[in-house]
Ligand binder design. Structure first.
Ligand SMILES: Nc1ncnc2c1ncn2[C@@H]1O[C@H](COP(=O)(O)OP(=O)(O)OP(=O)(O)O)[C@@H](O)[C@H]1O
Ligand SMILES: [Mg+2]
Length: 417
């Protein structure tokens, strides 16, 4: 079944450019789909009642007035971010009773407020409540509750103090310092564990919107997936879904899903490969500000990733000498495997997790080595020692001070502290 790209409806999230374009095809006859953010289609076909929400003992049903008070009337200066769904506000509730508390007192929450009416927005809101309400995992953001009142649709999450991976990779300025190599590996591993959990669930779940803005970070840089609006129950066995409605975010969608509508958990693996490439390179998947041949990251980087001597051109130059060539090559190979067009050759997320765990072990061992060398150098005042480093081919080991840059200074943003 062919999907014509030109028949797709594009929508750009407010306040962003290029990469946050979400789309769906214009044929809206995929009965099992959960919906699409930013779509201009609004057909009211389903009931919009509390009855649609799966029973979950973990979720609180909030009143609109409560959330209005918790966010100080949705004050513009408490906006944490904006997406295709609406704005996200910072608020406060009491940790025990979950009732509204004074600003600065109690537990911090993030309140996402749907700003568009219609069936699509409601379906996404519902998918989020029903998926996140059922799951609990350290690498999925915790949904505390929701609000369904008249036309209001809101979601209440645990607050993620370090915001999204997107901000850390691409925002410039003092609020978001560039992530170190070690932290990039840690975040990549956490996000991979989140996806693996979904794929391994009794009825596997395809996330369908894996991208850097949907990976949120807690104070320890643990990655948690948010945004289940496009998630979909996976097919059973080796089968795949065939959708006439392609949904996801431009640049991240697997090529076979885009061209044939075949959706499997391996579609998520492709999107994971795109994110891993963004993490390695510090470049956006699509960047119109780059020279013509470099605007599409995957096309540009794939041949370079496959060549050990050219790999350094892809690696984010802000990482300088924090990684070893061995680690970089292993991550590059894993990225290429995730991005392969041959679905069967893509690893599953369990394999991705074990590869990354291995790379992190190498990284830790390497950092311990540097520590020892550093101590030895400190003990001797003789500068000749610097030339006696073992494995001098490792870029990281040419810099004795690399450890000092491993953990960046916490964000200065008043909202993300
Ligand atoms: N629980 C949270 N804690 C802290 N910040 C959050 C939380 N949830 C969302 N945010 C912030 O709000 C921003 C917007 O999130 P949202 O999921 O609405 O849109 P998006 O992922 O950026 O775009 P899209 O709508 O295309 O998915 C995020 O990028 C993040 O910076
Ligand atoms: Mg999101």
């Amino acid at each position: 079944m062919g999907i014509c790209l030109s028949a797709q409806i594009k929508a750009v999230s407010p306040g962003k450019q290029g990469t946050s374009s979400k789309y769906m095809s214009s044929e809206a006859n995929d009965s099992t789909s959960m919906g699409s953010k930013g779509s201009s289609v609004s057909i009211r076909t389903s009931p919009r009642t509390e009855g649609e929400i799966l029973q979950s003992p973990n979720l609180k049903s909030f009143g609109f007035a409560e959330l209005k008070a918790a966010t100080r009337n949705f004050r513009p200066d408490s906006v944490l971010g904006e997406g295709g769904f609406g704005s996200v506000f910072k608020g406060w509730i009491d940790e025990q009773s979950l009732t509204v508390s004074k600003p600065g007192i109690g537990m911090v929450i993030a309140v996402k407020k749907l700003n568009q009416d219609g069936w699509q927005g409601h379906q996404e809101w519902l998918a989020e409540v029903n998926y996140l309400g059922q799951f609990s995992h350290p690498n999925l953001v915790k949904l505390i509750g929701y609000c369904l009142e008249d036309e209001h649709r809101l979601l209440v999450y645990e607050f993620m103090p370090r915001g999204s991976l997107e901000n850390h990779l691409f925002r410039r300025g003092s609020y978001f310092q560039p992530l170190s190599w070690t932290l990039r590996l840690k975040v990549a591993l956490g996000a991979a564990k989140g996806l693996a959990f979904l794929h391994n669930a009794e009825n596997s779940v395809i996330y369908r919107d894996f991208k850097t803005s949907n990976i949120l970070l807690d104070s320890e840089y643990n990655a948690k997936l948010s945004d289940f609006g496009l998630a979909k129950d996976g097919p059973t066995g080796e089968k795949s879904h065939v959708s006439t409605r392609i949904m996801g975010t431009y640049g991240y969608v697997a090529p076979e899903y885009l061209s044939t509508g075949h959706l499997t958990t391996k579609s998520d693996v492709y999107s994971y490969g795109v994110v891993l490439l963004e993490v390695l390179s510090g470049r956006r998947v699509v960047d119109k500000n780059r020279p013509l041949g470099e605007q599409k990251l995957v096309e540009w980087a794939k041949p370079l990733l496959a060549n050990k001597r050219k790999l350094f051109r892809v690696l984010d130059n802000r990482l300088q000498d924090q990684y070893s060539m061995e680690e970089a090559c292993k991550v590059a190979t894993l990225t290429l495997r995730c991005l392969t067009y041959e679905i069967k050759l893509r690893p599953n997320m369990n394999e991705v997790v074990s590869h990354l765990e291995h790379i992190l072990t190498l990284n830790e061992a390497g950092r311990r080595n540097i520590d020892k060398i550093d101590q030895r150098i400190r003990r001797r005042s003789d500068s000749v020692v610097i030339n006696q480093k073992p494995n001098a081919g490792f870029a990281r080991q040419t810099a004795v001070g690399a450890i000092a840059t491993a953990y960046p200074r916490p964000s200065d943003s008043p909202l993300f502290v």
